[in-house]
Design a protein around this ligand. Structure first.
Ligand code: DI6
Ligand code: FE
Length: 388
């Protein structure tokens, strides 16, 4: 699979990949390939090789679980009602604040192992369950440590503006100012974040508060991303696009003006079928408008305890096709090439091209559509991260 060959998936039949020191040197048909002095040759015996999968939106590091809230929702309570009653995100905040760094590392590590077992080689991890300086830093340190100690590339996003903490109920503006000031400074001082994210929503932060956080991020040289139009349309995606965001994520309630703003700015649409499914949302993100306006569409698990307790990227592929009517080819691009763009890593990974990191997934399949077609079956044969 390499881009721009004008064939489905950019597929190369009987191809070779040469790599050295973790980098791809050459990709192409075996016939006519340059001769490389290879220290090691791996015969994939006709299996398919794709780029390693990229999960570009997760909340992997958190304490506790929300199984009880799941039961309440089955009895009729809505996600927003539970959030407004102090449950929801805030119950995970309590558990995350109480957890030690080692406990968070262990539980997130188990979830990360589920992702890598299905071919993930790059993962984004957000904070957002601390909502006070030390606890946010703790989450981000755990995410960085996962990147150091596990064979996977980790990108981090500071999501201090995920919810208004109990200490600031009714004073979201004061809390947003704290996030955009001292908290962000502390995050930057430790080099803990690659990007800054926020939740722009009635139950979270207004567009004005979001703008304030983004301006602070940009002033400190950090990329921005946004949870936008998940439950209602506050025109957050257009705001994010106009401010140069890498991505706007969720987007069920996105309108055409928002799509146009994203297309103009090259902001990636990250759609999250796990959250759509688990919240039993019925409004589908405007996939066709995104296609028509040429917005790149990425996919992710949104792995989090409240709205998407999902750690299967392969199931994401299936859900994107069954729930959002994406094609298997679009879905795979959503977990590879476009996911890399959503993280600003398009020159680094996400496609099989010379110069990029040698991040590969080797699959025991006959055709790539099998990756999104099967439900609950893992055909991964070998995962190679950074040439290893
Ligand atoms: N939108 C979501 O779906 C997650 N965060 C967000 O901003 C949910 C987080 C949670 O419920 O714990
Ligand atoms: Fe999320």
């Amino acid at each position: 699979m390499s881009p721009a060959l004008g064939v489905p998936y950019g597929a190369i039949a009987d191809g070779v990949i040469a790599a050295r020191a973790g980098r791809i040197l050459h990709v192409g048909p075996r016939a006519g390939a340059p001769a490389f002095a290879a220290a090691e040759i791996i015969d994939c015996e006709g299996r398919w090789i794709t780029p390693g999968l990229i999960d570009c939106h997760t909340h992997l590091v958190h304490g506790g679980d929300r199984a009880h809230e799941f039961e309440l929702r089955l009895e009729g309570a809505t996600y927003e009602e539970i959030a407004r009653a102090g449950g929801g995100i805030l119950s995970t905040v309590k558990a995350t604040r109480a957890a030690s760094e080692d406990a968070l590392f262990a539980s997130a590590g188990r979830r990360l192992a589920a992702l890598t077992a299905e071919g993930v080689t790059t993962v984004e991890i957000k904070s957002g369950y601390g909502l006070e300086q030390e606890a946010e830093l703790k989450q981000l340190r755990v995410a960085r440590r996962l990147g150091r100690e596990r064979p996977v590339t980790v990108r981090t996003s500071f999501l201090g503006a995920h919810a208004v903490p109990p200490e600031y109920q009714g004073r979201s503006g004061d809390y947003a100012a704290l996030v955009a000031g001292p908290m962000l400074d502390a995050v930057v001082a430790e080099g803990l974040a690659d990007a800054v994210d926020a939740f722009c929503e009635g139950i979270a932060f207004s567009p004005e508060e979001t703008r304030q956080v983004f301006e602070a991020a940009r002033a400190r040289g950090l990329a921005i991303k946004l949870h936008a139009e998940q439950l209602s349309n506050l025109h957050g995606a257009a705001l994010a696009a106009e401010m140069g965001a890498l991505s706007a994520d969720h987007l069920e309630y996105l309108d055409e003006a928002g799509v146009v703003a994203m297309a103009r700015a090259g902001t990636v649409a990250v759609v999250l079928p796990g959250a759509f499914y688990f919240l039993r949302e019925t409004k589908v993100p405007p996939i066709d408008l995104m296609r028509r306006h040429g917005v790149a569409i990425a996919l992710a698990t949104d792995a989090n305890p409240g709205s998407s307790p999902l750690t299967s990227p392969l199931l994401v592929l299936n859900m994107a096709c069954t729930l959002f009517r994406m094609t298997p080819e679009e879905a795979l691009a959503g977990l590879t090439r476009n996911a890399a763009s959503a993280l600003g890593l398009q020159d680094e990974t996400g496609t099989l091209e010379a110069g990029k990191s040698c991040d590969l997934a080797i699959w025991e399949i006959e055709r790539p559509a099998e990756l999104s077609y099967r439900i609950g079956f893992n055909p991964l044969h070998t995962r190679i991260w950074n040439g290893q």
